[in-house]
Design a protein around this ligand. Structure first.
Ligand code: PEP
Ligand code: MG
Length: 548
């Protein structure tokens, strides 16, 4: 047996025979066209509209956030600027196929150079190009194999069109050699609860070989022993039992309540989150609503989205974060400056303070939606680094009619100042993704420093404890809404550190709920203590495991 390491998505484990993704189409050559430019352009127009129609139709079938992703791809296919570049190449004598190939690749390179969220869209563009070329050739687009039995899908990376439509009765797990934890494959796998390990690097797999995909341990086991297969099957069965268990409110074994909330980026996810037992929303990422807008949204248009969200969670707590723009989530209407280090630049509350009218409009829309609905709306600001920013945001939000106003703790300075900050804020929510990034000075999107990005690091855990203590002194609630809350054992540690609520992707709720129920508050405190006393992330995790 051998272990191949990558980034596990979720806590699942699965086993089965490998089926390799079918190879991409052979690249078109630059042989001169034998048709007129007009004929080539007509062929492109037909292929592009067939591709867009196909993607839209698949989106409609898939629904949810998959639909957004597929519709965005359909728009890429018909992008007029891109089409102009294709036409230019046809006018220079290229065939339709070659012109599409070159123009799309050039655009993908530009996106890659931008890095971050946009960089990861380069893979989407390559997929669209393959689909258009397949239409031009009149052949099947490359895609997910269909070996006729359940399989572990192995691919370089998956295009959203493939991930969105995976037949979950056939696909036991997904392994990708490329792609990171923020790739579309990872986002959609997390959302659909597909067992996945991404970014394994240049690992080679053989068609038909049996592997164990162990997302909880960030590994793929090839040539597994019988014992390993049996142990994996046992874990998978235990997980299935936990998922099928009746949905109860989050609580430790002694009954201490730890409300489990959902992280959402659109009101569309509300029904599923509720079905999975979300007791409310702990983080609504409003910037996700406007990633493709060039102009700031009007009060009216945003109010509609907030109203839908609050209606879905009537009687429950809903924590909405105001726009978190900048770094990997640029919003053209809010972050238009070129910065060398955008993660350290004018992002989050800094950008909003700079463009206060946008913040005022958003808070106004939230207050209006709140007045028309029955959820318990809490509003918070992202990337708060100082007491002054806390006072600025909470007083402006109160002035505009919001009742419960707090801050996210994502910058070490605000963890260090938590006691003071929580004198002014009604609550704090710890964003561990950024808190770890800034504590460890390790870009959260950069694979080369991934070993430093663990929320298990005692440096991060100690800061989290400071925030929880700051909340206790002031009698103010402290929650966690970063990915850390979705790791079941870490969730126990967080509860032991004094964190009161945990918010996560809805697909993680069942695993976290089951793990919390195994430990009393006293246990959780002891487990947290063991992790805190460690000197690095791995030993913190091992110490917590041993203590549990
Ligand atoms: C975080 O930083 O942990 C967080 C929840 O915010 P986001 O992931 O949206 O930056
Ligand atoms: Mg953040």
């Amino acid at each position: 047996m051998a272990e191949i390491h990558g980034e596990g998505i979720g806590q699942g484990v699965a086993q089965g025979p490998v089926a390799l993704m079918s190879a991409p189409l052979e690249a078109p050559t630059d042989a001169p066209s034998t048709r007129t430019p007009d004929e080539e352009k007509q062929a492109v127009a037909a292929a592009v509209s067939a591709t867009a129609a196909e993607l839209n139709a698949r989106g409609e079938r898939a629904g949810g956030s998959a639909q957004d992703v597929l519709e965005a791809q359909a728009m890429m296919a018909e992008d007029p600027t891109l089409l102009e570049q294709v036409h230019e190449r046809i006018d220079q004598g290229a065939t339709a196929e070659y012109a599409v190939h070159v123009a799309f690749a050039a655009f993908a390179e530009q996106l890659k150079a931008l890095g971050g969220y946009l960089g990861e869209r380069a893979a989407d563009l390559a997929d669209v190009a393959q689909r258009v070329i397949a239409h031009l050739r009149g052949v099947q687009a490359p895609g997910v194999p269909d070996p006729g039995h359940p399989f572990v899908l192995v691919a370089a990376d998956l295009a959203p069109a493939d991930t969105a439509l995976l037949d979950l009765d056939q696909v036991l797990a997904v392994v990708t050699t490329d792609g990171g934890p923020t790739s579309h494959t990872a986002i959609l796998a997390r959302e659909k609860g597909i067992v996945a390990v991404v970014g394994t690097g240049e690992a080679s797999f053989t068609e038909g070989e049996t592997v164990i995909v162990d997302a909880a341990n960030d590994a793929v086991v090839t040539d597994p022993t019988d014992e390993q297969l049996a142990e994996a099957a046992e874990r998978a069965a235990a997980r299935a039992a936990a998922a099928a268990a009746p949905v109860t409110p989050g609580a430790l074994a002694d009954g201490t309540a730890v409300p489990l909330l959902a992280n959402l980026g659109s009101p569309d996810g509300a029904a599923e989150a509720l079905e999975l037992g979300a007791e409310g929303v702990g983080l609504f990422r409003t910037e996700f609503l406007f990633l493709s807008s060039d102009e700031a949204p009007s009060v009216e248009s945003q109010k509609e989205s907030y109203r839908r969200l609050l209606e879905a969670f009537a009687g429950k707590k809903v924590v909405v974060r105001v726009l978190d723009a900048g770094a990997d989530k640029p919003l053209p209407f809010l972050t238009d400056v070129e910065e060398e280090n955008p993660a350290l630049g004018r992002r989050g509350i800094r950008a909003l303070q700079h463009r206060e009218q946008i913040l005022r409009d958003q808070l106004t829309a939230l207050a209006q939606a709140d007045a028309e609905t029955d959820a318990d709306l809490w509003v918070m600001a992202p990337m708060v680094a100082t007491v002054d920013e806390t006072e600025y945001f909470t007083s402006l939000a109160k002035e505009l009619g919001l009742k419960t106003t707090g801050v996210m703790v994502e910058v070490p300075s605000s963890a260090l100042l938590a006691e003071e900050i929580l004198r002014h804020a009604d609550f704090a929510s710890i964003g561990t993704n950024d808190l770890v990034q800034y504590t460890m000075a390790a870009d959260r999107l950069l694979g080369s420093v991934a070993h430093l990005q663990s929320p298990w690091h005692p440096a991060a855990l100690r800061l989290i404890k400071m925030v929880a203590d700051g909340g206790a002194v002031n009698g103010k609630p402290v929650g966690v809404c970063g990915e850390a809350a979705a790791d079941p054992l870490l969730a126990v540690v967080l509860a032991g550190l004094g964190v009161q609520t945990l918010s996560m992707s809805p697909s993680a709720l069942a695993d976290v709920r089951a793990e919390l129920a195994r430990h009393t508050l006293e246990d959780a405190r002891r487990i947290a203590q063991a992790a805190l006393a460690a000197s690095n992330a791995d030993s913190a995790k091992s110490a917590a495991r041993a203590a549990a």
